[in-house]
Design a protein around this ligand. Structure first.
Ligand code: PMP
Length: 359
């Protein structure tokens, strides 16, 4: 028998590990999970019923083309069905976008810090990550990104609003940036948190995509629609990008439960977006209270806030956890806190107030 282990691709060396938000510890007095930007509301009854109905058929493969869901998305957003591609969460679609555009020797650009899956999926594809630091105010530095484009740039993510800072780029600067990007470079507007945006100057990527063949928009059912556990997301993109996404997607990657629940969610959108409205009110309350406590918190257009705590990040994360709130620390940088149920937000704010006094 050979002593050698199977030969793996060298590109896999050093891939950063995705660190999911920790669950709340069992057995604590109170335990709220504010670490994964999830929606705190339980599933709507009608959505649950559609998923349960689909579960009765799980001996069968799902509709691989996600026909019903694609039709519903196309109608909802006023785009051709051929321009809609679904996937296993929007992270699955993001991975397909990279696999469709970039391999070894090619560059994938994004701001940093941003969504932590970008470096992972770029490296899986063998592409080189080009990370352009956020500005001092934790916003995308679109001028620096435009200047960093090379002949090898194949894909650029603009995470809008940005995870984990919550900051968003506005229409004029984004359009100016898009005008500078060569037409053979794909720009992916990752709008996982779009439904939480209230600043009217932050553009809807689907409006930008219409006149720009090199723009793709990523959306998800995980956040505003509350289906994180079902894993369904989609892109809106022109041909041939959308066609490439259909080719590179994992076959049957979206379960029938997820498809049917996503359709039911779009049909129950008024109610779900009403919940988003309540979460936005809570977000504004949390943001204002933190400012009043003395914290510096960037403006957020998402369902989370960002506290740049530097070396004290771990200490504050531990204090939150002791108080019964699990948050998301980024070692040595800062802390992201999801907007959750009112009691959870109150508990967090109480802890933040006490911690700030000790700073
Ligand atoms: N994009 C961004 C910016 C995110 O924050 C996330 C989830 N954390 C995703 C994409 C992926 O979400 P999902 O795969 O659940 O659709």
């Amino acid at each position: 028998m050979s002593e050698k282990s199977p030969r793996l691709r060298a590109e896999l060396d050093g891939i950063p590990t995705y660190k999911p938000g920790r669950p709340a510890a069992a057995g604590g007095p109170v335990a709220y999970k504010l670490s994964s930007n999830e929606n705190p509301y339980p599933p709507l009854q009608g959505v649950l019923e559609s998923a349960v109905a689909a579960a009765g058929n799980f001996n069968r493969y799902p509709d691989m083309a996600c026909t019903g869901l694609v039709n519903e998305i196309a109608e909802r957003f006023g785009v051709p069905v051929e321009h809609v591609a679904t996937g296993t969460g929007s992270v699955g679609v993001a991975q397909s976008l990279i696999q469709s555009t970039a391999g070894p020797g090619d560059e994938v650009m994004y701001a940093w810090r941003s969504f932590e899956a970008y470096p992972i999926i770029a490296q899986i594809s063998g592409a080189t990550s080009v990370q352009v630091p956020l500005t001092e105010g934790d916003v995308h530095d679109l001028d620096a990104m435009a200047e960093a484009i090379t002949e090898r740039t194949r894909l650029i993510f603009v995470c809008n609003p940005n995870n984990p800072t919550g900051t968003a780029v506005r229409r004029a600067e984004l359009e100016r940036f898009l005008d500078r990007v060569p037409s053979d470079v794909l720009v992916v507007l990752d709008e996982a948190y779009r439904e939480f945006v209230r600043d009217a100057d932050v553009p809807d990527g689907i409006e930008l995509y219409r006149s720009r063949p090199n723009v793709a928009v990523l959306r998800t059912f995980s956040k505003a629609y509350g289906l994180a556990g079902l894993r369904v997301g989609f892109a809106v993109a022109h041909e041939p990008v959308a066609a490439a996404l259909r080719k590179t997607a994992v076959p049957f990657g979206v379960s029938q439960l997820a498809q049917d629940a996503a359709v039911a969610s779009l049909r129950a959108e008024d109610e779900l977006l009403g919940r988003v409205g309540s979460l936005v009110c809570e977000r504004n309350r949390v943001h204002e209270t933190l400012l009043a406590q003395g914290w510096t918190v960037p403006d957020t257009q998402a369902n989370f806030v960002w506290l740049r705590l530097g070396e004290r990040t771990a200490e504050f994360a531990a204090a939150c956890e002791k108080a019964g709130v699990v948050v998301r620390p980024f070692a040595g940088e800062g802390l992201r806190v999801t907007i959750g149920e009112t009691e959870a937000n109150d508990l967090f704010l109480h802890t933040a107030g006490a911690f700030f006094k000790g700073l």
